[in-house]
Design a protein. Sequence first.
Length: 115
Amino acid sequence: MQIGTTIRAHRLQRGFSQGDIEKKTGLLRCYLSRVENGHTVPSLDTLSKIASALDLPIAQFFSDDSLNKQMNTQKLSDEELKFLNQIRRYSSNLNRNDRDLLLTMVRKFAATATR
């Protein structure tokens, strides 16, 4: 079981950056990176802070199958894959601040979108 990998997957699934989690928990971004990359194992108190920031029960980090099942059921269409590949290609040339700005804009568009 890789708690760091699970944390990263849930964070990305919710569209949060490590900076977002840093603001919500008070944990340093470099520490969060070390946890996500498996270099540091968080204490239960720290894991509780991260779980709270992600709006998850702490037990979610100890369940091997829940995220995998959820992520495997989310299939993307060819159009969605093409769009995401274009975003990835163009955003690779952006600096961190511009990527953060782009992500903020996408979140705002998503929040106001009607389906």
